[in-house]
Design a protein around this ligand. Sequence first.
Ligand SMILES: *Cc1c(COP(=O)(O)O)cnc(C)c1O
Ligand SMILES: [Zn+2]
Length: 413
Amino acid sequence: MAGRKIALRCRECGAESEPEFRYVCSECFGPLDVAYHDLPRLERSTFEGREQTYWRYFELLPVLEKSHIVSIGAGMTPLVKAERLGRELGLTNLYVKNDSVNPSFSFKDRPAGVAVSKSVELGLSSVGCASTGNLASATAAHAARAGLPCHVFVPGDVEAPKIAQALSYGANYIAIDGTYDDANRVAARVGDQYGIGIVNINMRSYYVEGSKTLAYEAAEQLGWRVPDRLVVPVGSGAMLNAICKGFEELRDASLVGDLSAMRVDAAQPRGCAPVVDAFRSGSDAVKPVERPETVAKSLAIGDPGDGRYVLQRLKQYGGAAADATDAEILEAIKLLARTEGIFTEPAGGVAVAALARAAGAGDMDRDELTVCYITGNGLKAIEPLMGVLQAPRPMRADAGTIGAAVARGGAGR
Ligand SMILES: *Cc1c(COP(=O)(O)O)cnc(C)c1O
Ligand SMILES: [Zn+2]
């Protein structure tokens, strides 16, 4: 590893600077991305036999010393060939990246783990985040592992399981009476004032690097093939952007072939779809949604930080943006669960609903190699589901009557 260097590079003007505790370009205030220099030569075989976490891609992550890694074992989640879901949608080559089974039960373990590790490397004494729910738990879990205090800033209306989870990890939980955007503003101020590593704000350059591993793993699990289509749920847009960066880095390292056939689709809930709206109107600026209203609370970001860059990615990769209503989202959750045995929260339902929409509209070839990203676990948001499921009625424990009901095709119905 000797010689590997990282720098921060401005996404707007390209100026490079030292990898410090900063996140905007001093020249133009653009966002900073991590750039890697003097990488060792990487072969496909480099990764064989390595640990089954996303730290297997250590060289491509922005932590310089392995001793600074804070890992709770996230990553290398299953890439499932979705035969039965594919059949329902008329697709023969569909895969689901099941990130609902990460240790804190969402993909946020990837960016949070990298940002907390980098906070350790930079010598910060506390961490935190602004969160729509999942990031609070992912950050708090990694902070617990590192023994660092953690301050999470969360809008007041997130799902109860997410609150219980973050509190259990010992986070200082700050419930904000307002939207995610309000929580984000407060976290930014407090973080800068007190030198707290706010993983998705002042540590954002490092944070987004973690989500690249969603690209690395999918490629490796496909035998280093590039999918024809990715379907990605979008909140802030950081993940979609990072997945694209990940594939580009694999290409630049000659680990995969060219990306000319890869399409990237974005999915948002109708109640908070600023990127979809901008895409449809042909605008390259995103108009914030003041009051997001959706069951997909983890995607309820009215003013997405990377929204503009998602639009650029859609253009670059010839992708589309699709939205899904609450009813479609809940149906999609049930569809994925009953066809593949994968239970996702509404954000995953949004991705499946968008995929179903694209397949149904004939926008896809039957045999496109498609990866649909399922980013969070269903147990985190059961309440809206109970509205569309039939709650079981307790029955007297009598095998005769229950047996008769089972024989008729159901019990408790
Ligand atoms: C945060 C989140 C997203 C969206 O990620 P962004 O980087 O904000 O676009 C998607 N799914 C789940 C489950 C999330 O928690
Ligand atoms: Zn700049």
